[in-house]
Design a protein around this ligand. Structure first.
Ligand SMILES: Cc1cc2nc3c(=O)[nH]c(=O)nc-3n(C[C@H](O)[C@H](O)[C@H](O)COP(=O)(O)OP(=O)(O)OC[C@H]3O[C@@H](n4cnc5c(N)ncnc54)[C@H](O)[C@@H]3O)c2cc1C
Length: 477
């Protein structure tokens, strides 16, 4: 039996899922055995996903969950035998605070991606003025926008719900997910469901209400199901389980193996189609029939520079933003606030350095010993690009100051940890989908070359898994 050599570049959730799915199939449609090698630049796997466990705390530095409504990540967990490790957000704490005039107010209940689905919580909230609320209601009457072209999230929300809703709700919620600028991010590439709601129901509010009702019906539950799911041992459990499954299925994973260049094999019609050059201490060139690039776009651009310069130039156009998370733990008794929420978001108008905070031990079960709490603060992003220049100590001091202001905790934390995410947040800016389409068309001129992951069709973990599934299917046939 002949062998087809597949090289997957990048050992984040996307790359590992591609490798796992291909290996699980064992052979392609022609009966050719599939041999898979994952090459990861860093000394550890997981990319943005990093979980540390110490002193009874489970600390997710980056992603702490995935959206439940998109089925691919849950299906992957089920396939890996992690179904009974999945946990919902703690029901009693399913609320979010929003910073307002230095204090905290509850985000109106029933908001779906910043769009109201219930009247009374919206009427009562102090977050938006009466004039702002009246303007939001106009969404029910305003005609649909055009279906062609692209539009920023900010422009779209201002057009439908008005300026106040855009700054108080959309900017911290929708922009916050990308730590990005809502006036630069493409609506189509980030929240296409909002555009669908407008087009299908003629109104964002009517669309959000219909979607919420469908979700309830699908769950067969009177309670609104958890919008997010995580794993008992943190999101790192998904990475560890994928890596172990890849090993058991006979795949090879190499960490500390940065890919410097992908070039054409001697004859593109014959095997090997590609030569993959690993740089650094592990310098070596390996042959591949398929190469699946699952790195950030700028790293893919560097690796493809010699193979296809126009493709590389196109990939380089995806902007990236840096952010950091600061995780701190306190004795429960030292925090005056009830922490009865999943966390808080901070609109830009508040002029603070913190973007958001997660009350991790309130959001998820099992993240901290019962007499302690675990909190996480987000800094940097589009609003504060200078934050990453601060030392760890300065970032911890900043997080402590902000938490002091919001939840009243003043003591020294029993644990403090900084996670830096340098150029880790892809920004699907206006025109992103068109650029990805052109990049895929150029990639097709090199049979066997594929892309998947956060740089391309969606940054959420379910989107990454979906793209990984598709890439694996293309190999297996
Ligand atoms: C702080 C933060 C919080 C987030 N929270 C959530 C969340 O709660 N839920 C959610 O769904 N999403 C979240 N996201 C988004 C999510 O983390 C990512 O979109 C997803 O993890 C990306 O996975 P990936 O495998 O595509 O890319 P990455 O995780 O970026 O992995 C790419 C890998 O490629 C490697 N690499 C780069 N260059 C090379 C090279 N030349 N050779 C070899 N390897 C290379 C990198 O080292 C990295 O390991 C968050 C992101 C951040 C930054």
């Amino acid at each position: 039996m002949s062998t087809r050599r597949v090289v997957v570049i990048g050992g984040g959730v996307t790359g590992l899922t591609v490798a796992y799915r291909i290996l699980a199939a064992r052979q392609d449609a022609r009966g050719t055995k599939l041999e898979v090698t994952v090459l990861e630049e860093r000394p550890r796997l997981g990319g943005n996903i990093v979980t540390e466990r110490r002193d009874g705390f489970v600390i997710d530095g980056g992603p702490d969950s995935f959206v439940a409504m998109r089925p691919q990540a849950k299906a992957l967990c089920d396939d890996l035998g992690l179904g009974d490790r999945l946990i919902p957000t703690t029901p009693r704490n399913r609320r979010v605070f929003v910073a307002l005039n230095g204090g905290l107010v509850q985000m109106p209940e029933g908001l779906s991606l910043g769009v109201p689905t219930r009247v009374w919580p919206m009427v009562r909230t102090p977050l938006v003025s009466w004039l702002g609320k009246a303007r939001m209601a106009l969404d029910l009457l305003i005609p649909k926008g055009p279906t062609d072209g692209d539009e920023s999230i900010g422009h779209f929300v201002r057009r439908r719900l008005g300026t106040e809703a855009a700054s108080q709700l959309a900017e911290p919620i929708l922009g916050g997910i990308y730590v990005g600028n809502v006036d630069a991010l493409s609506l189509r590439a980030t929240f296409p469901q909002l555009l669908e709601q407008e087009q299908k129901y003629g109104s964002l509010i009517r669309g959000a209400i219909a979607q919420m009702a469908a979700r309830k019906l699908a769950s067969g539950d009177k309670e609104t199901p958890s919008a997010f799911l995580s794993l008992l041992g943190g999101m790192g459990e998904l990475i560890d389980t994928l890596a172990s499954a890849i090993g058991k299925l006979g795949g090879t994973i190499r960490v500390g193996a940065p890919v410097a260049a992908i070039s054409a094999g001697s004859d593109s019609a014959k095997s090997p189609r590609f030569l993959v050059r690993i740089g650094g201490d592990a310098a070596e060139t390996i042959a591949a029939d398929d190469v699946i690039v699952c790195t950030p776009a700028y790293a893919a651009a560097d690796a493809l520079d010699t193979l296809d310069r126009p493709l590389s130039a196109l990939l380089r156009q995806t902007p990236y933003i840096s952010s950091a998370t600061v995780v701190v733990a306190y004795r429960r008794a030292d925090v005056p606030h009830a922490l009865d929420a999943t966390g808080l978001v901070v609109p830009k108008s508040e002029k603070r350095r913190v973007l958001a905070a997660t009350f991790i031990s309130s959001k998820w079960a099992g993240r901290a010993p019962s007499d302690a709490v675990l909190l996480r603060v987000f800094v940097g992003g589009h609003r504060d690009p200078g934050a990453l220049a601060l030392s760890d100590d300065a970032l911890i001091a900043l997080a402590r100051e902000e938490l002091g202001a919001f939840v009243g905790v003043r003591v020294t934390p029993m644990l403090a940890r900084v996670f830096r995410y340098e150029r880790a947040n892809a920004q699907p800016s206006i025109g992103h989908l068109g650029r990805v389409k052109r990049a895929r068309a150029l990639a097709e001129t090199h049979p066997g070359l594929q892309f998947a992951g956060a740089a391309f069709d969606g940054v959420g973990i379910p989107d990454c898994v979906r793209q990984a599934n598709d890439a694996a299917k293309n190999v297996v046939g």
